[in-house]
Design a protein around this ligand. Structure first.
Ligand code: DAH
Length: 341
C-alpha cells in the first residue's frame, strides 16, 4: 500500500514537471527572445509614426494577455497539484461496492453446458424470432398436426412461412443441420416463448437446453448413456434415471426422462408427489423425416436429441416452488444465489 502511494506521488510529481515544461515552452514561443509576441515588438519599430499610438496599445494588451494566460496556467497547475496527501487520504478504505450475484437460470445453464462440453458437445445458438419452418416444418410437424397445439406461440407475421417466437430450442437443431458438417454434436441453450397463462408452473417465457448428436451408428443406448452421465454430474453419483415412452414429432422413438427424486432419494415426498421420480427432459432418436428434410441421408446417419427446461432443472436443484420468481427480479430471491458460483 505504502509503496503504491509513493509510486503514485512520484508519478504525479513527474506529471507536474512535464506540465511545467509545457507551460514554459508556451511562454518561450510567445514571449521568449524569438517569441511571436516579442517579434511583433521588433516589427513595431518600423510602424509609421501616425499608427504607433493605436497599434502600440493593442500590442501592449496582447503582451499583458499572454503573460496573464501563462500565470493562469501556472497557478491552475499549482492548485491542482497540491501534494496528494493533503487533498485525499489514499489510505482510507474505498466505498463499498455491492457486487450482484449471477441469476439462478444463468448458473444452471452454465452448469448444464459445461457438463456437455466435457462430453465433447459444442455450443450452438440460433435466433429467438424464427420462422415456421425452423420451429415446426423441418421438425416434422405437418401444418395441421395437433402436436402444434402443445406449443402455441406468438406470431409476428402470417403467410406461407410465418415469423414467430420460437417455442423450443429444437429450431437450433435445424439450423445446425443446415450449416454444420457431420458429425454434429451440439448443445443449444436459449430463451423460448409459449402462449401460456402465467402460473407457478408455467410461463410465457422460459429457457431450454437442447442437445443433438448425429453420426453413423448412433443408437438409443448412446442416448441413454449420455442422459445418465449428465444426470449423475448434475444431481449426484447415486442419481437414477427412468425412461418413459412419449411422443414428439421430431424423434422416433421418443421418451420422457425422469430422475430419481433427490429430496427423498426415491422414497416418495411432496416434491415428487409420492412417486420417487421427477420429470426432467424429453428425448429420442431423430426421426428419419427430420434428417431427410435437412438434407442428411437417413440410411447412413442416425442421431439422438434431447431437450430440457432450465427453470425446471433449477427448481429441482434448489427446490424453488414458483416459476415466477425467476422473472420478477425480486432482490430477496436473487440474493439467495449470490454465493453460488
Ligand atoms: N422440444 C421439446 C419441447 O420443447 C423438448 C424435446 C423433446 C427436445 C425431445 C428434443 C427431444 O430434442 O428429442 O417440449
Amino acid at each position: 500500500m505504502k509503496e503504491k502511494i509513493e509510486r503514485l506521488l512520484a508519478e504525479i510529481e513527474e506529471l507536474k514537471a512535464q506540465k511545467e515544461q509545457e507551460i514554459e515552452e508556451i511562454r518561450v514561443k510567445l514571449l521568449g527572445k524569438k517569441g511571436s509576441v516579442t517579434q511583433l515588438f521588433d516589427e513595431f519599430r518600423d510602424v509609421l509614426p501616425e499608427q504607433k499610438r493605436e497599434l502600440g496599445q493593442v500590442l501592449n494588451k496582447l503582451k499583458v494577455a499572454a503573460n496573464q494566460k501563462i500565470e493562469e496556467l501556472k497557478s491552475f497547475l499549482e492548485e491542482n497539484q497540491q501534494p496528494v496527501e493533503s487533498k485525499y487520504d489514499l489510505t482510507k478504505p474505498g466505498d463499498l461496492v455491492e457486487l450482484g450475484g449471477r441469476h439462478p437460470i444463468s448458473i444452471t445453464r452454465d452448469e448444464i453446458l459445461s457438463i456437455f462440453n466435457k462430453f465433447g458437445y459444442v455450443l450452438a445458438e440460433g435466433p429467438e424470432i424464427e420462422d415456421d419452418w425452423h420451429v415446426f416444418g423441418a421438425l416434422n410437424f405437418p401444418p395441421e398436426h395437433p402436436a402444434r397445439d402443445m406449443q402455441d406461440t406468438f406470431f409476428i407475421s402470417g403467410g406461407d412461412n410465418p415469423v414467430l417466437l420460437r417455442t423450443h430450442t429444437s429450431s437450433v437443431q435445424v439450423r445446425a443441420m443446415e450449416k454444420m458438417k457431420l458429425p454434429i454434436r451440439i448443445v443449444c441453450p436459449g430463451r423460448v416463448f409459449r402462449n401460456e397463462a402465467i402460473s407457478a408452473r408455467a410461463h410465457c417465457i422460459f429457457h431450454q437446453v437442447e442437445g443433438l448428436y448425429i453420426d453413423t451408428k448412433v443408437s438409443f443406448a448412446d442416448l441413454k448413456q449420455a442422459v445418465l452421465l449428465f444426470v449423475r454430474e448434475m444431481f449426484g453419483e447415486d442419481a437414477q434415471i427412468r425412461l418413459r415412452p412419449s411422443y414428439f414429432p421430431f424423434t422416433e422413438p421418443s421418451a420422457e426422462v425422469d430422475v430419481s427424486c433427490n429430496i427423498c432419494k426415491g422414497k416418495g415426498c411432496n416434491i415428487c408427489k409420492g412417486t420417487g421420480w421427477l420429470e426432467i427432459m424429453g428425448c429420442g432418436m431423430v426421426d428419419p423425416n427430420v434428417l431427410e428434410a435437412n438434407g442428411i441421408d437417413s440410411k447412413v446417419y442416425t442421431g439422438f436429441a434431447f431437450g430440457m427446461g432450465i427453470e425446471r432443472i433449477a427448481m429441482l436443484k434448489w427446490q424453488v416452488k414458483d416459476l415466477r420468481h425467476y422473472f420478477e427480479n425480486d432482490i430477496r430471491f436473487l440474493k439467495e444465489f449470490e454465493t453460488v458460483i
